[in-house]
Design a protein around this ligand. Structure first.
Ligand code: ZN
Length: 189
């Protein structure tokens, strides 16, 4: 089922996700719904907070992006990114490392807003997959950026928190308007 994606100004986006203690049928359905929601919105990543659930759950699929490459290492060996996709991560832990890289980012909770964000180029990731099986990998490029962006969501951190002050200042009218629209819609409920 495609779920509504909550927008900037919704309080759940600022909530830290709770750890998932067991892969229940509800969690399995949430993961499935998050994939459907992400694909319907043509996104490459989605965090549970974005569907109004403050949980340590994210989904990612970078296969459709051909012009921004990703790298992957599984068990210390280079692997095709497709080997890991579609990727669901539950209770992830990450260690970003390497030189800072700047690239454009958007977010389904901030429609039509984009900005350059600087993040470490690579990420070591551990967590559980949708079945509760441990996963461990090292990634770079777009996948590394997506993992760090979604991991931030799970902590209640948004990409606007990592923008340059200049970009945030320039986007302020749009951000304020989006926040006001979200809050007005919530107040009507
Ligand atoms: Zn996002």
């Amino acid at each position: 089922m495609v779920l509504p994606v909550v927008k900037y100004g919704h309080p759940t986006l600022r909530a830290r996700g709770q750890r998932v203690e067991a892969i229940t049928p509800e969690i399995e359905r949430l993961v499935q719904d998050m994939f459907e929601t992400m694909y319907a919105a043509k996104g490459i990543g989605l965090a549970a907070q974005q569907v109004d659930r403050a949980l340590q759950v994210m989904v990612i699929d970078v296969r459709d992006v051909k012009d921004r490459p990703s790298t992957l290492e599984l068990h210390g060996e280079a692997a095709p990114v497709e080997a890991l996709m579609p990727l669901a991560l539950i209770n992830p832990e990450i260690k970003p490392f390497g030189p800072p890289e700047t690239g454009p980012e958007g977010c389904l909770s901030f429609p039509e807003l984009f900005a350059d964000i600087t993040r470490p180029a690579q990420t070591d990731v551990t967590g559980l997959d949708a079945k509760g099986k441990p996963v461990k990998f090292r990634c770079g490029g777009l996948l590394s950026r997506a993992v760090q962006h979604e991991y931030d969501h799970l902590q209640g951190i948004l990409f606007i928190d990592r923008m340059s002050l200049k970009d945030k200042e320039e986007l302020k009218p749009e951000l304020d308007a989006l926040q006001a629209r979200t809050r007005a819609a919530l107040a009507r409920k």
